[in-house]
Ligand binder design. Structure first.
Ligand code: 13P
Length: 254
């Protein structure tokens, strides 16, 4: 099943706010229609254990925004994939542009993260996307191809535990979303490239991220290769995230 809606809270919210928001989402997801839409919440790692208890038994899964390969080790400040899984995470984000840009994460590290996450039975939401300069230079598709190939090729243990997020860097947190046509072109291309890597591409969720909001979600989700979203800013309030979820239900009924 390709439908999926994810909330990336990034470095936002105090513990009480995170708990309240989680409770609101959990309650809303009890509605029969919403229960058919798999959700993921990516909170700051500090809150994972508590939120895992809050979300137990719901169709909202819990994910970590980052993780380090391995189980234990002398890596001050890091949290291992194994520790995340033990804390209740079932997903992890890898390759988010903020990790690539601000923390210098390169393809070699991302390959290790993807492989180790899957080895620890986590599902991976792997993020790709071009910068504005790359788009303007006509290099968008080449960039996406490179980001898939250098991290995923011959590195995937289980294709059933992989989803892709297309997040154009110029659209993240800017209020400027990719147009539905721009996003559809990228998503269709990503699906074709996944097939070339040997993936069951028509079963892999490809999510759009980048200033996804209630007022543009319907048009974006109406595109055939946009299976859902990875929502940043608009996931910090239950109202706007739920409005995006409703747009998903309207455009992609079961
Ligand atoms: P915004 O929705 O705030 O643009 O963030 C998108 C994003 O980076 C999600 O991972």
């Amino acid at each position: 099943m390709r439908r999926l809606l994810a909330a990336n809270w990034k470095m936002h919210l105090y513990a009480e706010q995170a708990l309240t928001l989680t409770q609101q989402l959990r309650a809303a997801w009890e509605a029969p229609e919403l229960r058919t839409l798999p959700g993921i919440v990516f909170p700051p790692a500090l809150y994972l254990r508590e939120l895992a208890m809050q979300l137990a038994g719901s169709s909202i899964a819990l994910g970590a925004q980052n993780g380090y390969p391995g189980e234990f080790g002398a890596f001050t400040g890091e949290i291992s994939m194994a520790q995340l899984a033990a804390a209740g995470a079932t997903w992890v984000l890898v390759g988010h542009s903020e990790r690539r840009q601000y923390f210098g994460e390169n393809a070699e590290l991302l390959r290790k993260k993807v492989q180790d996450a899957q080895a620890r039975s986590l599902s991976v939401l792997y993020c790709v996307g071009e910068t504005l300069a790359e788009r303007e230079a006509g290099r968008t598709l080449f960039r996406l191809q490179t980001q898939l190939q250098e991290v995923l090729s011959e590195n995937i243990i289980d294709w059933n535990r992989l989803a892709i997020a297309y997040e154009p860097v110029w659209a993240i947190g800017t209020g400027i979303n990719a147009t539905p046509d721009q996003a559809q072109e990228a998503h269709a291309y990503l699906r074709m490239q996944l097939a070339q890597l040997g993936a069951p591409a028509d079963q892999i969720p490809i999510l759009y991220g980048g200033s996804l909001k209630p007022d543009n979600a319907y048009a974006l989700f109406s595109q055939p290769d946009i299976d859902g979203g990875l929502v940043g800013g608009a996931s910090l309030s239950a109202d706007s995230f739920l409005a995006i979820a409703q747009a998903h239900l309207q455009t992609k009924p079961l």
